[in-house]
Every structure is written in structure tokens, then in C-alpha cells.
Design a protein around this ligand. Sequence first.
Ligand SMILES: Nc1ncnc2c1ncn2[C@@H]1O[C@H](COP(=O)(O)OP(=O)(O)OP(=O)(O)O)[C@@H](O)[C@H]1O
Ligand SMILES: [Mg+2]
Length: 247
Amino acid sequence: MRLSIDELHVSYGKVRAVQGVSLGVDTGRLVTVIGTNGAGKSSMLHAVSGMVRPTSGKVTLDGDDITGKPYHKLVPRGLVLVPEGRQLVAGLSVEDTLMLGAAAARMTNAEAHRQMDDVLSRFPILAERLKERAGLLSGGQAQMLALARGLMSAPRLLLLDEPSLGLAPRAVRDLFAMVSELARQGLTILMVEQNVRQALAIAEYGYVMDSGRIILEGQAGELATNDMLVASYLGVARDEKTGEETA
Ligand SMILES: Nc1ncnc2c1ncn2[C@@H]1O[C@H](COP(=O)(O)OP(=O)(O)OP(=O)(O)O)[C@@H](O)[C@H]1O
Ligand SMILES: [Mg+2]
């Protein structure tokens, strides 16, 4: 499913969070938008998915104008957002959490159970913990659950908002391996990330967002060696506590 964003603006009162963003994701592509805190990445995704109303601009899915359409109407059409911070309900079981994804896509019971089998085959760790409450999962498992809940809606366009946020290095690797595999199987994905190096390693194309605008774009491999990007985002990573190089 092809996504096109044209001159998108989002404001919260006087705060101009997104200031004329244009970008595209072709069917079957994995595209990443990278940018630091407050760049406007989530606001952009929220405007695309109908959680906030853009001030101006246009969003199309396979050429259909969906600008300002509410999220609950977009999910059954295949647009699914895995939100920043996962947004799980701690007291809900893994199974019930997954069922929410099916409900959001308005699946019948039979469709939901078929989808559940398909999704659980990708996430053996969740299959073992169906009755566990979401709040008892590790960070990595919780992010996998949020992703699995999204997949339960049978997306044709998956929007991922900083999926690696707060995860341990091994969990980040597992997560990106899963995202990469989904893309390889043909799912269209737009992933917002601050983990620049690893996001560019799995994406095909990337955009750099800063203060509400796209300031740089290109093939992911080229961006990863771009002087400006290397200097500002890909400097030697150091452990916050020990000061040792981590990357
Ligand atoms: N609901 C809101 N009301 C007012 N201002 C907001 C709201 N949401 C975001 N903002 C502001 O809009 C700007 C962009 O925020 P946004 O959350 O979109 O950035 P981001 O790139 O997703 O950042 P992060 O990496 O921290 O998630 C920031 O200045 C932020 O403070
Ligand atoms: Mg954000």
C-alpha cells in the first residue's frame, strides 16, 4: 500500500510541530524517518493516522485522500500505527491484547483466530505467555506484543513510532530483525526512529527530520555515510554511565 504525504503541517496552538513535510513510501518498501527529540516525528505519524488533524497538507493511501480521517476508519483499510511507548494495558493478558488488534480491524471471530495463529507463529515467546498480563513482560517482549497487536489488524501499511525506545541492545536487534523480515515479506513500513545506525541498516530509504522539517533524504546506505549525519547523529556512542564506546 503506497503512502504519500504532501506539505503536511501540524500545530498545537502556537507550537508548529510539523512544518511542510512531504514524503512517500512505495508499496513493499521500508522507509525510516530519523530525528532527535521534539523533531515532530510522532506528530507527523499522528496526522497521517488521523489522531490529530493536520493544519494543512494532504495524505493519500494508494492515491485516495485520507487527510483528517479518524484512525478507527483507517485501520480496517490497512493503516496501522504501533505507537511510541507501546501503549499496552498492564492488566490485560497477552491474548486479550492481541484480540484488540483484531477488533480494531473489525474482524469476525473466525478471521481473528486465523490471524492469531498467523501472528503467534512469528512470536513463539508470546505464544508461550498468552495468559500472562502485559505488565509482567520484559521491555523487549512488551515491544514485540505491541508489534504483534498491530499485526493482528492485518496491516497493509505499518507505521512504527520509535519501536526500539528503551530496549536493551539484544532486544533492539531482535526487534529490528523482525521488522526487517516483515519488510522482506512485502509489508509496507514507515518507521520513525532515533536509533539512527540500526534504522538505516534495515531501511531502504531514509528521511532526516529536524524542527518539523525534512532536512535530508536519500538511500539509507548513502545517509549512513553522509558527513553531516555522521557528525550530528552517528558520533561515537558512549555508555551513559561508564563513558565507554558502545557502538
Ligand atoms: N499534544 C501536544 N500539545 C502541545 N505540543 C505538543 C504536543 N505533542 C507534541 N508537542 C510538541 O510538538 C513538537 C514535536 O513533538 P513530537 O512529539 O511530534 O516530536 P518527536 O520527534 O516525536 O519527539 P520524540 O522523539 O521525543 O518522540 C515538540 O515541540 C512537542 O513539545
Ligand atoms: Mg515521538
